[in-house]
Design a protein around this ligand. Structure first.
Ligand code: NAP
Length: 213
């Protein structure tokens, strides 16, 4: 894996994988990762830009290299954060279970793994590849805006809800009012995106003329 992971020492380690398309990364993602790190006592959070997300095959997303570089620019000042190229270098669809299996190959039994992503993405988890194995292997941290209808999960999982609920933790993040969709729209409309994403990311977007349509 061509990125700096904390060493596998055989001792127990708490890792967060921050999964997302990051098109582009923004302050809401960073606040989510930092909040998860603190609340769940994570030793490290590894941002994992998706290569080809399975549910977005028909949609245009920016080239993976741009999304990777913007993510690097955004996390560089946090010693607990790093970015992985694992999914973007894999030419196939980015299935979370494949990423999780890879981490267990590296860390074996010492690993407590948390997969952090948006609550909307996790509400679809029953459609993900091998989702039952995923729920056994790791915990999920689902970031939402305040007022999110958590009881949707109860409807989706029915009688299996009690078991699932132990593995999915919801984090309300007011900064998630910011969204990648809104940033892309604002740029296309010529509006400012100042303070919505770290300044180096903003400059990278302008320099590379991203999201102008
Ligand atoms: P998405 O559908 O683009 O995002 C759904 C919602 O979650 C959006 O509001 C999004 O806001 C938010 N979000 C996405 N990533 C987030 C993060 N890390 N922290 C906080 N909020 C986040 O979701 P996606 O980005 O394509 O996929 C999310 C993750 O789930 C990826 O790692 C993807 O590979 C994985 N996934 C796996 C499978 C599978 O294995 N079959 C299927 C679907 C998704 P923004 O648009 O502002 O980010």
């Amino acid at each position: 894996m061509s990125f700096l992971l904390p060493k596998a020492t055989g001792e127990s380690i708490n890792l967060g994988i921050m999964g997302g398309t990051f098109d582009p990364i923004h302050i809401g993602h960073l606040v989510t990762a930092e909040e998860a790190r603190q609340q769940f006592k994570l030793d490290h959070v590894i941002f994992m830009p998706a290569g080809t997300p399975p549910h977005k095959e028909q949609k245009y997303i920016s080239p993976a290299e741009h999304r990777y570089i913007m993510t690097m620019l955004a996390v560089v000042d946090n010693p607990y954060f790093t970015v992985s190229r694992l999914e973007i270098e894999n030419n196939q669809l980015s299935y979370t279970i494949d990423t999780v299996r890879r981490f267990f190959q590296i860390y074996k039994n010492g690993l407590n793994l948390y997969f952090i992503t948006g609550a909307d993405a996790i509400l679809d988890i029953k459609t993900w590849k091998d989702y039952e194995e995923l729920l056994e292997a790791c915990s999920f941290i689902a970031a939402s805006r305040p007022g999110y209808p958590f009881n949707k999960l109860k409807t989706i999982f029915g009688s299996a809800f009690a078991k699932i609920a132990k593995k999915i933790h919801f984090l309300e993040i007011p900064a998630m009012a910011i969204s990648s969709t809104d940033i892309r729209r604002r740029i296309a409309e010529g509006k400012t995106i100042k303070y919505l994403t770290p300044e180096p990311v903003e400059q990278y977007i302008y320099k590379n003329k991203l999201y102008r349509q």
